[in-house]
Design a protein around this ligand. Structure first.
Ligand code: SF4
Ligand code: SF4
Length: 109
């Protein structure tokens, strides 16, 4: 009896699509309302540094003189605090996850 039950389960799992995926090669389907990653739109940015000052983890670096905005993706916890602080509405949270990073380099925009 146990043999047939084991065979039935083995056949079932052999014919069933695996519940896991080969992330990041297969992009993960974003769930509704998920906080994927911070999106920066530089068009309206005045490099006021407010977002960097408000960030609780120090993930943002803004250089006003050089007009450079940068983020350390490994430090960002997608809290959205910088989004509320930005006076020019340059920041938003996207639902999709960013490409995994393998270095600690800043991402300049
Ligand atoms: S708060 Fe907004 S406008 Fe100011 S530097 Fe940050 S993204 Fe740019
Ligand atoms: S979402 Fe939060 S942790 Fe990420 S950069 Fe903005 S304030 Fe910092």
């Amino acid at each position: 009896m146990a043999y047939f039950e084991m065979s039935r389960l083995a056949l079932k799992w052999a014919l069933t699509k695996p519940p896991t995926s080969h992330y990041p090669f297969e992009p993960r389907h974003a769930l509704a309302g998920s906080r994927g990653h911070l999106i920066f739109t530089k068009d309206n940015c005045v490099y006021c540094t407010v977002c960097a000052k408000k960030c609780p983890t120090g993930a943002l670096t803004v250089n006003r003189a050089q007009k450079k905005w940068a983020i350390d993706r490994l430090l960002c916890i997608t809290c959205g605090y910088c989004i509320d602080a930005c006076p020019k509405k340059c920041l938003a949270l996207g639902t999709a996850h960013a490409t995994p990073t393998v270095t600690k380099d800043l991402e300049f925009c």
